[in-house]
Structure formats: C-alpha cells, structure tokens
Ligand binder design. Structure first.
Ligand SMILES: Cc1ncc(COP(=O)(O)O)c(C=O)c1O
Length: 471
C-alpha cells in the first residue's frame, strides 16, 4: 500500500468510527505533513482519494470537511431492542464446536481470536525468559505466589502510571491470562443465581463463565461504534438486582466498539450510584490504531468498584498465559480465590515478561504491532469491498483486530461457518456472541494476520459462499 493510501485509510477509519464527525473540518495540509511526516503531495493525493470515496468535500477557500452521509454505512443496526430479561445461559456446546473446527493450522484463521504469532518479538522474549530463568531463586516459588512476581507488578503499575493512573502494585494480582482474572473477579462478587449484565453481542467466555457459575445474564445492547447502551443499562439496573457488569470499554470483542471517554466516565458514575462492580475486560486496550492510548473506565473510578483485567496474550506473549487484574477494593478476595483455584501463575513466565518489560523495548514493539494492524485493517476493508455484496455492512474499528460484519439478512452465519470450514477457512459466526444465539446474519473476522493472497482468496471464497448460505 502506498503512503497516500495508508494516510487516506487511517483518516477514513477516523471518519467512519465517528471520531471525525460529519461537517467537521479536516486538518490543514500543514498539520498533516508535520503530524505524519509526509510530503504535501502525499496529503493531496490522500484527500483526493477520500473525496473519491465520498467521505470529504472541499469548500472553496476553506479547506476540506467531512461529507454528509460519510458515516452511516458504518452505523449498522446491530443493536437489539433491549429485552432486558435475565436468563440462564447455555452457550458452551456451540462455542466448543466452533473453536474445535478452527483449530487446524491449515485453516485460514479469519475466525481466530489471536493475531498472527509472526507479529510478536518471540526471539527477544525467549532471551528475556532464558535470562530471567537463570536468576530465579529457589525461594521464588514461595515469594512469587499471589499477588505475584514483584518486578512484574511494578512494571505493570508503571504502565498504568504512563497513562496517568496511580495504580498501587499492591492491588495488582497476576493471573493465568486475562480469562482467569475475569473469572476470579466474577467469582469474587457473585453467588449462584445472581444476575450479571453482559454485552450483546459480547465475548462468549463471559457467557460461559455465567453458565459455569450458575448465574443469570442480562444482555445489554452494544452500539458497534460507541459500545454499551447506557440507557438500556440504567433501565436494567432499575429492573434487576444486578450484582456485576462484565464489559469491554475499548475495542470490544466482537464489534470493535470503543466507548468515548465521557461515556466511560458516565458508565463508572452510573454503576457507582448503584454500588455495582464493573469487571472491565481491556485485553485490546494497547492495540489502538490512533496515536493515543484510550483511558480505561477504571481511570474514573473513585470507589474501588472497577476491576481492570488485561494480559500480554494479545500484545506480546500469546502462550505465556500471563495476565492480571487491578482489583481495587476486591483485591484480597481475588487473591484468595487465585490461591484456592490455581495457586499461582507460572514463575518463569512472570519473571521472563518482567525482564522483557524492563529491557526488551515493549513500547517500540507495540508501535510496530499497531502499524501492522492498521495496514491489515485497510487491506481487509478493501478485500471486503471487492468481494462482499453491496448490502453487507461493517464497522471499521479504531483498535484491536476484529471486524464485525453484517451479511445480507438472508444469509445464515452458522451455515456459512460450516461451508467456510469445508473450504479451509474459519470465521466466528454471530450466534456464539449472544446468550440467545442472536446475530445470525453476522460474522466476526480477524485481520490480525499479515495480508497476502491466502487472506485475499479466503475473503473472495467467503463472498462466493454467501449464496449457498442463504436460508
Ligand atoms: C475479549 C477477550 N477477553 C479476554 C480474553 C482472554 O485473554 P487471555 O488469553 O489473556 O486469557 C480474550 C481472548 O480471546 C478475549 O478476546
């Protein structure tokens, strides 16, 4: 992709995600040349392209403005009317069958939840692991028991500080990936039969945890651009004795939605009024495509009610299974549950990641990773435009590596999933993201893999399978 195409795609993403509202003035040539380190002619060509795509319009002697109608294509109606009933959840069989089908390495991983291992600094990480392992004291088996390796918690706490959040390392508990952190938090604040608010569509593991712990779910609709519907949440809080919320506020899985900062603050305030804990799943927070890192909702928490969960699985070290929770007022409870369930996260893996964070150049790696994801998103977007029918819709996310695609309504995502697997391609069909198996005409596609003929052909094949997947 040429420089001007990359710049145009970045700005198109900003327009389509709503961060550049309709009617707003686009930056001047001078601003863009300085900001992106490109020539004026690159900016000109990028603006011509955006004009061609119908996203901006020139006004005489006044510059470029976001065109009316630039965003609606992205504002797909994935929102369900809020039913706001609480329900028992039975999702596991469906999820397991979809995960199983996608496991084979020859399958093109459009349904995968991970980015390509090629994007991680595995050699450098191995060096840190070897170095740290040599220095491990026999006593660390005991010393690194929960809350976990001190160096690692200090490094994590420093990363919070980098975002302007004062997060004491004493309140950070290291876990086996974010998934364990999320599950421990849920256990810490609920008992069987309790009601938990989750997103719809939402990460299937939240539904599985609810199923396993014999809880009930209230599904709150998610806007694919701005995240959870706060009015629907307020109604649900009035109607049900909700004991906890499990939400993603940045780059939600599967929609890619990112709550604006004000909305995160409003969410935290709403929950504080009801004294309801928020389990914040932020595994993709570091994978923002824009320059700045979004603040998590926990940044606005004054009551210790937000448990902020994340990990290195999506950003650095997929197989190491190291995650954490900053658990606020629930720290002791989470720590005890960790001890009672899996005792500890791997001691060498904790030490290895701590060493990498200190010496390995994590921020440099993240910048590179984000750059790759931006390019891959542009390529996936172009491929979808080429191979999907006109009435397919998707929302360009401003972070992460998922595209949530609404297929023509007559297409059944589960049938498409079956046909795609037969053709050697995995997709994540919409029904796995909802307790009621809704979103039958949606799929989540992963663009976390370097682009090439294999990916392009997979999207082309999906397009050609749509007719056969109609019900
Ligand atoms: C939204 C979300 N949260 C949490 C996890 C689990 O993260 P980890 O691999 O660190 O346990 C995943 C993994 O797919 C995810 O997509």
């Amino acid at each position: 992709m040429k420089r001007f195409e990359l710049l145009a795609t970045t700005m198109a993403n900003e327009i389509r995600s709503g961060s550049r509202p309709i009617g707003s003035r686009m930056p001047s040539l001078r601003q863009l040349t300085t900001q992106h380190g490109v020539s004026q002619s690159t900016v000109f060509r990028a603006y011509y392209l955006l004009e061609e795509w119908g996203l901006i319009r020139a006004r005489e002697r006044s510059g470029y403005y976001v065109a009316p109608g630039a965003a609606p294509e992205q504002r797909q109606s994935t929102r369900l009317p809020p039913t706001l009933e609480s329900a028992k959840v039975e999702i596991s069989d469906l999820v397991f069958s979809v995960l199983e089908a996608a496991k084979h390495p020859d399958i093109v991983p459009l349904g995968s939840a991970f980015p390509s291992p090629q994007l991680f600094p595995l050699q450098r990480l191995a060096k840190s692991l070897a170095h740290a392992s040599r220095l491990i004291s026999p006593w660390s088996t005991v010393a690194d028991l929960p809350p976990g390796n001190e160096q690692l918690r200090r490094q994590i706490s420093l990363r919070y500080m980098g975002m302007g959040i004062a997060q004491p390392m004493e309140e950070i508990v290291v876990t086996n990936g974010a998934l364990e952190a999320l599950n421990l938090c849920l256990m810490a604040v609920t008992r069987p039969g309790d009601v938990v608010a989750v997103e719809s569509p939402g990460f299937y593991a939240a539904l599985q945890a609810i199923e396993r712990l014999d809880l009930r779910a209230v599904e709150i609709p998610v806007d694919p651009v701005s995240g959870v519907d706060l009015q629907a949440l307020a109604d649900a809080l009035d109607k049900h004795p909700i004991r906890a919320c499990w939400f993603m506020t940045s780059f939600q899985n599967p929609t890619g939605a990112a709550m604006p900062q004000d909305k995160k603050k409003a969410l935290v305030e709403l929950l504080a009024q009801h004294d309801v804990p928020l389990i914040e799943d932020d595994v993709y927070g570091e994978l923002h495509h824009a320059a700045a890192s979004p603040l998590p909702a926990m940044a606005f928490d004054k009551k210790g009610l937000v448990m902020h969960c994340s990990s290195f699985s999506k950003t650095l070290a997929p197989g190491y299974r190291i995650g954490w929770v900053a658990a606020g007022r629930f720290t002791d409870k989470v720590q005890r549950l960790k001890l009672m369930t899996t005792l500890s996260a791997s001691i060498p893996a904790q030490a290895g990641i701590a060493d990498y964070l200190q010496h390995g150049g994590y921020d440099k790696h993240l910048r590179k990773l984000r750059g790759s994801l931006r390019i891959q998103l542009a390529a996936m977007d172009s491929a979808l435009r080429r191979w999907m029918p006109d009435d397919a819709r998707w929302t360009l996310p401003s972070g992460g590596y998922f595209l949530w695609v609404r297929l023509p309504s007559r297409v059944d995502a589960m049938t498409l999933h079956r046909l795609a697997i037969e053709s050697g391609i995995s997709i994540a069909p919409g029904p796995v993201f909802s307790a009621t198996h809704a979103f039958q005409d949606h799929v989540r596609l992963n663009f976390g893999h370097p682009w090439g003929d294999r990916m392009e052909n997979a999207v082309k094949t999906l397009g050609s399978l749509l007719e056969r997947a109609c019900d």
